[in-house]
Design a protein. Structure first.
Lengths: 109, 226
């Protein structure tokens, strides 16, 4: 049976919007290999870069925040980004776990 | 997504309606799907696949498309019998895990609002109390009074209704006596053995929050076994 574990991110997004913040919702839409968070996991980001929730185990959140701030400034309503296994030789963002995830970003307005 | 749609989703979640959010990942359009209701032209052609995802309670992208579906299922109902100390911690755990809790306790002094703020407590004997709760095979029972007068009727009700999880607090000896009483009442050994007693996974702790943790861990584990 699927449980309905719910991190109340959408409710928090609503609170942020009611406080006149700009909000981008990030959702894990696909995973390959051993990714830390399952499809449907969510995170919200505002124009200041505050965030709540998660789309990985802390591996790619900083990059997602940057992308979300970029989207707020942009004209587009949404964007899809993918993260793959990290390259050990760089400070590059990636998934140390060896998985891959696709994250969908959408503005709420 | 529009803010108005977000508000509608939150409302549907609060009213425990099962639904799905369907999103076109290319253009950002999204819509709320409910079984039996029609979809807009944008999503109508994917109706069959959306239905399938919904039936399987699955989240994901429909193969070879840019359509993402996220399904929302109703919270699992957990009935706690006994508004005791452990129940106070169970309520806290259940909140973060999104279980829907009802507490039954005919003893008014236990079931006070001060001990359980914002909590639905049914201050009646189990036979009467269960008339107020809609239950099915996806419901769970946690019996905590270890008083046969209160626990036994609740256990019998849960067994008859085939709850997926039934647990009862009490020592091995208490549980043996309980099993004997259920046998005398006509329940077979399969039914009796399905009761988790003594309740909870072995953590070693004895304090109220530790016992609550061991119970909730067992409940989550059994949820995924089903």
């Amino acid at each position: 049976m699927k449980n309905s574990f719910d991190e109340k991110i959408l409710e928090e997004a609503n609170d942020w919007l009611n406080a006149n913040q700009k909000v981008v919702l990030a959702t894990v839409i696909q995973t390959w290999g051993s990714s830390p968070r399952q499809v449907g996991s969510r995170m919200i980001v505002n124009e200041k870069g505050d965030f709540s929730g998660s789309v990985s185990g802390g591996c790619v959140e900083s990059a997602v925040v940057r992308e979300c701030i970029g989207l707020i400034k942009d004209n587009k309503p949404c964007k899809k980004i993918e993260f793959k296994v990290s390259n050990e030789s760089a400070w590059e963002v990636g998934l140390a776990c060896g998985g891959e995830i696709a994250v969908y970003l959408e503005k709420i307005n | 997504m529009k803010h108005s749609q977000l508000k509608e989703i939150i409302k549907k979640k609060a009213s425990k309606i099962e639904f799905a959010i369907v999103t076109n990942l290319e253009n950002g359009l999204s819509e709320i799907y409910e079984p039996g209701k029609s979809l807009s032209k944008e999503f109508e052609i994917y109706k069959q696949q959306i239905d399938n995802f919904f039936k399987l309670k699955k989240n994901g992208v429909i193969e070879n498309t840019e359509i993402f579906i996220e399904t929302y299922v109703r919270p699992i109902k957990v009935i706690i019998v006994g508004a005791v100390h452990i129940a106070q911690y169970l309520v806290d755990f259940a909140k973060s895990l999104n279980f829907e809790i009802s507490i039954i306790d005919p003893r008014g002094y236990f079931a006070s609002e001060q001990r359980f703020p914002d909590m639905k407590i049914i201050n009646k004997w189990p036979d009467e109390a269960f008339k107020e709760i809609e239950t099915n095979e996806n419901s769970a029972l946690i019996a905590l009074t270890h008083d046969p007068k209160i626990d036994d009727p609740a256990l019998q009700y849960a067994l008859n209704k085939k709850f997926y999880y039934i647990g009862a607090l009490g020592s091995k000896k208490t549980h043996e006596n309980r099993c004997q009483r259920l046998k005398d009442a006509g329940f077979n050994s399969d039914q009796i053995n399905s009761i988790h007693g003594p309740i909870g996974i072995k953590l070693g702790g004895r304090s109220a929050p530790e016992i609550a943790l061991s119970i909730i861990a067992q409940l989550v584990s059994e949820t995924y076994k089903k």
